[in-house]
Design a protein around this ligand. Sequence first.
Ligand code: MSP
Length: 640
Amino acid sequence: MKGYFYITTPIYYVNARPHLGHVYTTVIADVMTRYHRLLGEDVFFLTGTDEHGDKIVETARGLGTTAKALADENSGRFRALWPELEVENSRFIRTTEPDHVRVVQAILQDVYDKGDIYFGEYGGHYCIGCERFFTETEIVDGKCPIHDKELTFRQEQNYFFKMEKYRPWLIDHINGNPDFVRPERYRNEVLGMLREPLDDLCISRPKSRLTWGIELPFDHDYVCYVWFDALINYLTGIGYPDGERFGDYWGAAQHIVGKDILKPHAVYWPTMLKATGIDPYRNLNVHGFWNVDQAKMSKSLGNVVDPLELKNTYGVDAFRYFLVREMVFGLDSNFSEEALIERYNADLANDLGNLVSRSTKMVSRYFDGVLPDGRETATEDDREVRDTALRVVKEYQGRMESFELHTAMMSVWSLISVLNKYIDKSAPWTLAKNDPERLRTVMYHMMEGVRFVAELICPVMPATSRRILEALGRGGMVQALDTFGALAPGVKIEAQEALFPRVERMKKVDEAPAQPPAKPKKEKAKAKEMEEVNLIDIADFARCRLKAGRIVEAAKVEKSDKLVVLKVDVGTTVQIAAGIGASYAPEELVGKYIAVVTNLKPARLMGIESAGMLLATDAPDGRLALVSFDREPVVGARIR
Ligand code: MSP
């Protein structure tokens, strides 16, 4: 029987441009899509934009534009981004499209006719950022726990969906299908939400307050609540109710969402489906949040990571690999460009890149680029290569099925490590002199191992996988992961240069020479001229994390005229040793807002740990002048 796989991302709000969080969810969905396509399954991958509701209207008003114009612009940005990241979605849906409006109205009418929608009055605390009411138990210090913002109290007459009615059914369903919501921590969280009676879901907004939405078919004075509208996209996208696709794919539906939208997907959505008479989706896969430099990513902090910039600097495959490998699926993760560079150099330039270039070059050197026949496994080491490859395939498949993508990557890298060690231990350069028979076996096992690696990385790094497979003469061939020995002896192997050239790390402060060596006059003038024309790429500047900070403590360092030790609030408190003691008294410094470079490697100056650098320039009186701001900045905000 043909296997089907249906995968969705949340549809993204069009009040902002795409950022790292959106990219993560979408890349993961693409990885799963490619993986299931390789298994020979029929895959449908849906993503798109969520365009109605208060939040969009409010943002558009602030920008002096219309909701429609804002939606068109930002929806276009999302749509254009995906091909840049090698994301191959089957459809890009917009909730303003006519087929979606029809489906939402049909479902509203159906649930209304069944008696599960009633008219009533409700007062509650609303977060526009989340576009939902929060219950007393969810509210933290009077604020939205996700946006940390004051909630708005709203009381109005509206239509309600009888969500509470389906609570016992949902509890049973979750208990009977333990991986319905996964990883387990989120399943437990949902069961926690279901312990107390649920408020019925307010599913309308009066047109007197909001018109940007889908009109209720049974009351023209109201539009549909944005979440009720948005969730239904998962049905519209595959042609509900009559489309053939719906019949094929719905039973295999997998949603991917971030932890902030757990409740709408794990509580509202299954109960809405139940009321409509549609089976629940198969799994809800919930991931954690990316923080940036240990802080929550937010516009006001100015630390929103631009995915295109990263892709342009490091390449699409390296960026995708980093996202998949770095985040433990389900937990929060910290993003820093340093971490990306470290992974790039260690896993890609070193482990994978070296393996591919050294192995293909050896076949070139010792066998004129023609793969010798060495399929017989002769020694314990050969067997280890073969058995590891076959074992890793199983392990990898199990992990991919259960959405443990980061450990699936670890499996592949365990094979890469075995292959690199195999080469080192077998020393082909010695065999080339004294044991041609053994050399053939080693070359064959090595290249066949590389083929397994190339096939296994395909969902995450499609271009790199293609390139390696083409070098092995297997471009466009079907996968063969159940047989060690599928690579045909006699094929031409193309020698490969570095797939991932190493990326220079940012210089440590203590690596920089304290005083540049004195230069002869002529050279000095030349250097000055060079400095003036030494243009840098925007990406070089982007590596530098500059933030607004506030000095909270300052003290002189004993035995030093110049050095002061500062505690600076840059969102978190960091200690900085700065050479400004001859220009400022410590007490003068406390309370000053300054510009700080926050991503320098820590250094020790006169035994004092320093985790950043402040910016200063020369004043006419020969002292230093701190770089500051012309009005009070948000502490921790990125300077850009
Ligand atoms: N429009 C709703 C979803 C409706 S689905 C029927 C929405 N949109 S969103 O644009 O705000 O967010 C979409 C996704 O991005 C969510 O899964 C959210 O968790 C994810 N992320 C937003 N910021 C994130 C991080 N910093 N890190 C990881 N993912 C995060 O919610």
